[in-house]
Design a protein around this ligand. Sequence first.
Ligand code: CP3
Length: 352
Amino acid sequence: MKTLRNDRFLRALLRQSVDRTPIWMMRQAGRYLPEYRASRAKAGDFMSLCRNPELCCEVTLQPLDRYPLDTAILFSDILTIPDAMGLGLRFVEGEGPIFDKPLRTVDAIRKLSSPDPEGELRYVMDAVRTIRAALGDRLPLIGFSGSPWTLATYMIEGCGGHDFARVKRMALEEPEAFDQLARHLADTVVQYLAAQHAAGADALMVFDTWGGVLSPPAYARFSLAPMAHIVERLAELAPGVPVILFTKNGGQHLEKMAATGCAALGLDWTTSLADARRRVGDRVALQGNLDPITLFAHPDRIREETARVLADYGHGPGHIFNLGHGIVPQTPPEHAAAMIEAVIELSPPYHR
Ligand code: CP3
């Protein structure tokens, strides 16, 4: 492994000792930062920003120039894969992502292509290479993808979910075709993440934003099983690279998630870190889990809540401080600073 000047994040992922708890924020490069909004305006729109490696690099570095964060995360989106499969992705202001050609039939599932990470998705790999070069040995870089289930929800619904009626109905009525879709997406994600690692990503995170809307057996079959396949294949293609699994609202599934062999689990704020640690802390690191809405409160409250999250995890290595979900666009940037300062000031005693 290359030597980094700041390797707290990678050490914590391996549950090795650190001087203080590392911290990063989901969606740390984003609309809450005025400099991000300026870069997006330069690009024209969000997807043009994602397709421009130089601007991707610029926005990836913005939060790192502002705050003493412990890792970079690739600036991109989980929907690059379905976009490269030809579903016609658009982002509509105030409405979120929309696919003009959603996936609605078993026949369409059978005909889905496998985008080549260095072909249709080369712009993502170029962004990883550009960011890696700009970071030098300063910080690690996280690469990421959506989970097969979460990608399938957007591909089948055609937009962000409400009750997920279409995707759940497909899984219920055509379970074999759905398994085939999940496996196809899992294989595509494996290639995509392995290529991000080859291009310079030091850790890989799988965002399973919508796994928590499933019944336990449906979660096991349609969300967890394809994620387990991804972890297993990555262990062969990118040996030793830590993988973080994050199922939003997945607190009840932690044991099964840890059993995949991943390095760490991301937790939202509805699960206690202490409880999670008792259940799986001998096997995986834990990442989380301040409620992002906390950052709307007075900085004194933010400090108290940050202290509570640190105390909830308690003494010893294996904790990566993060929000429990993405930072909200209306967040005052100085409130994020209050949280980061609190982690830096209050966490060292937990590592002595
Ligand atoms: O964390 C980071 O800083 C890395 C960048 C990142 C983005 N999206 C940038 C982005 C990551 C990791 C994602 C993941 C992602 N994208 C998820 C999983 C998120 C999770 O936390 O569970 C999902 C569901 C998506 C799909 C998506 N992309 C949505 C729902 C939206 C919001 C649309 C809206 O208008 O609110 C996006 C757009 C998006 N992705 C933005 C950013 C910074 C905002 C785009 C803009 O500038 O308008």
